[in-house]
Design a protein around this ligand. Structure first.
Ligand SMILES: [Ca+2]
Ligand SMILES: [Ca+2]
Ligand SMILES: [Ca+2]
Length: 133
């Protein structure tokens, strides 16, 4: 009797894990849902009204996945869509921006946008690098 109960629990647990996995997968797909995540209040995870570098790193990941329409883990000039900054981001000049290049480029812009140099972006500062309020 006891072993049977454990068995049921294990099966239930597995089913639940599979279900959560399926949901997470689905969430990643739609462009509309990821788009809504890229604004100041969703990126400000601790809700202190400013973006830290840690939060900016996550923002870079979200942004990268949004831009990488052909999900091949690099951005073409077309996907990146910002000619002025493309060459700055593409450090090894191979014509693509990979995740690391994107994260570094994004952090550089983060630091540039931090006008009062307090290490955080206010909503106004963040807006300058394309993070809507
Ligand atoms: Ca914050
Ligand atoms: Ca590159
Ligand atoms: Ca600042």
């Amino acid at each position: 009797m006891k072993t049977q109960k454990t068995f049921v629990h294990v099966v239930l647990g597995l089913a639940l894990t599979a279900l959560i996995g399926a949901c997470a997968h689905q969430k990643k797909g739609g462009e509309a849902s990821s788009k809504s995540l890229f604004n100041f209040s969703s990126l400000d995870e601790d809700g202190d009204g400013r973006l830290s570098e840690e939060e900016a790193k996550k923002a870079a990941q979200v942004r990268f996945e949004m831009l990488d329409r052909v999900s091949d883990t690099v951005l073409t000039r077309e996907e990146f869509g910002d000619d002025r900054h493309f060459d700055k981001f593409d450090v090894n000049k191979d014509g693509h921006i990979d995740k690391d290049e994107f994260a570094n480029g994004f952090l550089n812009r983060f630091r540039d946008a931090d006008l009062d140099k307090d290490g955080y972006l206010s909503p106004e500062e963040a807006e300058k690098i394309g993070i809507p309020k």
